[in-house]
Design a protein. Structure first.
Lengths: 398, 289
């Protein structure tokens, strides 16, 4: 049985990679991800994990080595943050288009400049269209569980795509939480050895990653698009099996006190649990509020989101973005949520706010302010800004 | 007693420091601050007007230098200070551009820029603090870590060969190459003055104690022990064959220090102006002269 242990979330994630018995780890140090790969280096050195640990000279090389190792048939894990992910970007696209199921733990951190080592979501949003399956954890237990599930999802023969598990830098990576760590055997049953679909093999030579001339490029992209869409049922199967085995159920879209809510705050990552405190506080005052968590970011859970938001009691959604889409609608989550609801007839209004950039804390009062923005929209029937696209930053010092 | 107190009220290099940013982030015993002190004195001595001097750093402990010096400075991304400096220098050749960063930054993630700037003989000065580790992120292995070094990503010791930095710089084309340690404060300052006044790619490697990470993890004692070791085991060999100066083990019997290379060669802009003048004749407008 799983033991509940006080453990640093980074170490728990590294333990998940060990329990998944990865073959290759390649990573480069970057705050706040570093403890994950340091722990893996120690496990490999101690002989507790039979894997190659490749110390590389940059994240670009780390992801290149991961894709190379995956093409050779290895189960591969890496971890990074912020600038590291941005530097990997070129190869991040390759991992998905070459269908190499690399698993990445992404400790979310703001992108430069100015230089910030603290948490927001600008790093992951920069990778939105890279074709990776992208999932958010909002606490340490979820980060551990989702890292385990990522192997099952990404390596499934019907999927064969890389998976990015997101968890907030420092807020999660550096805290010690009570986490249920499973017995190794339990995980061995859940995550069988990886059986790659096609590998580089000198007896049966293949070429990975050749030029896609105009004759085939479009079709290759269509296949990639189909692959990530078709991963949806597999993701739910894995969530379902995890719930059956271990009793914790994950959903592509999670809700808190949203059943009879009129106003919901929609967000991703660790802010959700803080927002739930604000919800309880406002519920005590008789306000009908709740939260919606967009756990699955890619593939985008259109149906689940519509089921939660449309033809229900919810009249107003306040989307909290943790990064800015400069010159566009305030943030990427807002645009996507609005877009997903566009054709629906019975849908709530959607307003966007931006907060928690570069490690700025969001206070209870500020969550309350976000709900008040929702209330105001509902009352007046329009966004509080003079223009709907005006960036509303909550917690901005003026 | 009061006389002593009065005399230390103002740091002699205070005019070069952004005192509003102090205290700095460096640990007690770290050698970076010592070299910044040397650098401030070198700036004073080299004769280059302050408004013609720019300093560029990358990421890491030494990467913080640009933030503490009261000069025009550019704190860039990890590994890229030489690339930023290339743009800075070529767009404004009047500026003396100094890159001041660590081993992980300049020859780990940024190694490509280092070899190409040296190859082209770009007229910049590169000051590299070598503490044999990625100290700021907690002590992962860098390409300078000697064999058997204990790092967080090599808990049972390094087994890869490391870089011999003076040789790397010299073999790529640097016109000035020196190595000193954080113990050799006068020599460091003098080398900095020479490098600042050198036309072309000048490079100084400074070995620097990292008591919090590298020394502690490798059980090499305190920063004082390391400085004593530098003092007792450094052998000055000006003009030494750079092939022979590699630091391959943690505590070699001798560390060869000194000025290894000081040659004359056309720098990038000089070569560019000469070549394009020959090819294009009067149509070419010479740049940066």
């Amino acid at each position: 049985m799983a033991k509940r242990t006080g453990i640093e979330v980074s170490i728990a994630i590294a333990e998940a990679a060990r329990q998944a018995n990865v073959d290759v780890v390649s990573a480069y140090p970057i705050t706040p991800q570093t403890h994950i790969v340091e722990h893996l280096a120690q496990l490999v050195a101690d002989g507790d994990l039979d894997a190659e640990y490749i110390t590389v000279e940059s994240e670009h090389t780390a992801m290149s080595a991961c894709v190379g190792a995956s093409a050779a048939g290895a189960r591969v894990f890496t971890s990074t943050s912020s600038q590291g992910l941005a530097l990997m970007n070129e190869i991040v696209y390759l991992a998905s288009s070459l269908r190499t199921p690399v698993i990445m733990a992404l400790a979310n951190r703001a992108l430069s400049g100015p230089i910030s080592i603290w948490n927001d979501h600008s790093d992951v949003m920069n990778e939105r269209d890279t074709g990776w399956i992208c999932i958010f954890a909002n606490n340490g237990q979820e980060a551990y569980d989702l890292t385990l599930m990522a192997f099952r999802i990404g390596e499934d023969r019907r999927v064969m795509l890389p998976v990015m598990v997101n968890f907030d830098g420092f807020i999660l990576t550096h805290v010690i939480e009570p986490i249920h760590i499973f017995e190794d055997q339990e995980i061995a049953d859940f995550i069988p050895p990886y059986e790659p679909l096609c590998v580089l093999d000198t007896d049966n030579p293949i070429t990975v990653g050749p030029v896609g001339v105009p004759d085939v490029y479009t079709e290759a992209k269509k296949q990639q698009e189909m692959a990530i869409r078709e991963s949806r049922p597999v993701i739910e199967e894995v969530f379902e099996e995890f719930a059956r085995r271990y009793g914790r159920r994950y959903r592509p879209v999670e809700t808190y006190r949203a059943d009879d809510a009129e106003i919901v705050l929609l967000a991703q990552g660790s802010v959700i649990e803080a927002a739930e405190v604000a919800v309880d506080h406002l519920r005590d005052q008789g306000k009908k509020v709740g939260t919606v968590e967009l756990r699955l970011w890619r593939p985008f859970p259109f149906d689940d989101l519509r089921e939660v938001l449309c033809s229900t009691s919810i009249k107003q959604v306040v989307v909290l973005d943790r990064c800015i889409s400069f010159g566009g609608p305030p943030g990427p989550v807002l645009s996507e949520v609005r877009s997903a609801l566009y054709l629906e007839k019975d849908k709530p209004m959607v307003v966007g706010v931006v907060a928690g950039l570069g490690g700025r804390d969001i206070s209870l009062e500020e969550y309350v302010e976000m709900f008040e923005i929702g209330e105001e929209c509902l009352r007046t029937g329009k966004d509080p800004g003079e223009e709907p696209e005006l960036v509303k930053i909550v917690g901005l010092r003026e | 007693m009061s006389v002593v107190v009065d005399s230390i009220k103002e740091n002699p290099v205070e005019e070069f420091l952004r005192t509003d940013r102090l205290p700095h982030v460096w640990c007690t015993g770290c050698g970076i601050g010592t070299t910044v002190n040397c650098f401030a004195r070198a700036v004073k001595e080299c004769g280059i007007p302050l408004d013609e001097l720019a300093i560029v750093s990358g990421i890491g402990c030494t990467g913080r230098v640009a933030g503490y010096l009261k000069l025009d400075s550019f704190h860039t991304t990890h590994g890229r200070p030489i690339a930023f400096a290339t743009g800075l220098h070529l767009a404004n050749p009047k500026l003396k551009v100094v890159v001041y960063s660590g081993d992980g930054d300049l020859v780990g993630i940024g190694g490509n820029h280092f070899i190409h700037a040296a190859r082209r003989n770009l007229d910049i000065t590169v000051i590299l603090l070598n503490n044999f580790t990625y100290a700021m992120t907690g002590g992962q292995v860098t390409p300078t870590a000697p064999l058997d070094s204990i790092e967080t990503t090599t808990p049972y010791g390094v087994f890869e060969e490391n870089f011999n930095l003076p040789h790397l710089a010299a073999s790529c084309g640097a016109v000035y190459v020196a190595r000193w340690t954080a113990y050799h404060v006068m020599q460091v300052k003098k080398a900095m003055v020479e490098a600042l006044n050198k036309k072309g790619f000048s490079f100084i490697e400074i070995l620097s104690p990292c008591p919090t990470i590298y020394l502690r993890r490798n059980r090499l004692g305190s920063a004082i022990d390391e400085l004593k070791y530098y003092k007792e085991h450094s052998v000055i060999q000006h003009g030494a064959d750079t092939r022979e100066v590699g630091i391959t083990v943690r505590r070699p019997e001798k560390i060869i220090v000194g000025k290894f290379v000081d040659i004359e060669k056309p720098d990038y802009l000089t070569a560019m102006n000469k070549h394009l003048s020959e090819v294009l004749g009067d149509k070419y407008v010479r740049w940066g002269e």
